[in-house]
Design a protein around this ligand. Structure first.
Ligand code: YK8
Length: 177
C-alpha cells in the first residue's frame, strides 16, 4: 500500500473526525468539487464487535479515458472499537467501484488514522491499498493498479489541499496554538 497523507493539522482530532466522517459542509463541498454526486449515507451503527459502521453510496465522475465517465460506488466505513473520542480514531474504508473495467477483480482499502496531538492539533494519516478479490493475470493486475494509483493519488492530494484551506479558515484569528 501507500501512505498518501501524513501531516499535523491545526485542527482538533474531534473536529477532523467530524469533517471527514459526518455529513459536514466540508465533505459536501469537497464532493461537489470532485463531482461526486447523489451521495447517501447510513448513520453510524454499533456492531456486535464493538466498532461502528456506516455505508455510503455515490456516483463518481471519472477523468480516466480508459473508463466510462461515471461509476456508482459503495463505501463501507468501520470505526474501530479501539478508537477514543477526541484522542484517537481509526477508520477503515472499503470502496467498490461498480462500473469500471475489471470492477469484479478489485476494491480499494483506505485506512484513516486521526491522532490527537494537542488540544487544537491532530495528525492525519491516510494509507491506501488496492486489494484483489480474484487473482487477475499479471498484465491486467498492473493495468488495474497503475490506473487506480493515479486516480487515488490525485484524490488524496486534493483532499489534503482542501483540508489545509479549511485549517486556514478555522485558525483565522482564533489565536489558538
Ligand atoms: C472515496 C480506485 C480506482 C478508480 C479509477 C478506476 C479507473 C479505471 C481502472 C481500469 C477511476 C472516493 C478510483 C480512483 C475512483 C475514485 C475512488 C475514490 C477516490 C481502467 C482498470 C472515491 C475513495 C476512493 C477510493 C477508490 C477510488 C477509485 O472516498 O481510477
Amino acid at each position: 500500500g501507500r501512505l498518501f497523507v501524513n501531516r499535523v493539522f491545526h485542527i482538533s482530532a474531534e473536529k477532523m473526525f467530524d469533517l471527514l466522517f459526518t455529513d459536514s459542509s466540508f465533505m459536501r463541498r469537497f464532493m461537489d468539487i470532485r463531482k461526486i454526486i447523489g451521495a447517501s449515507s447510513t448513520s453510524w451503527q454499533k456492531e456486535a464487535s464493538g466498532g461502528m459502521k456506516r455505508t455510503l453510496n455515490y456516483t463518481i465522475t471519472i477523468t480516466n479515458p480508459l473508463a466510462g465517465k461515471f461509476s456508482t460506488a459503495t463505501e463501507t466505513q468501520t470505526l474501530y472499537k479501539e478508537s477514543r473520542e477526541g484522542q484517537y480514531y481509526m477508520i477503515d474504508s472499503e470502496v467498490y467501484t461498480h462500473d469500471v473495467p475489471y470492477h469484479d477483480y478489485f476494491y480499494t482499502q483506505n485506512r484513516y488514522c486521526i491522532i490527537r496531538n494537542s488540544k487544537h492539533k491532530c495528525r492525519l494519516r491516510i494509507y491506501t491499498d488496492v486489494k484483489y478479490k480474484k487473482q487477475p493475470w499479471g498484465l491486467v493486475k498492473s493495468f488495474i493498479s497503475k490506473n487506480s494509483w493515479s486516480g487515488l493519488e490525485d484524490y488524496f492530494r486534493h483532499l489534503e489541499a482542501e483540508l489545509l484551506e479549511e485549517e486556514a479558515e478555522l485558525t483565522q484569528g482564533s489565536g489558538d496554538s
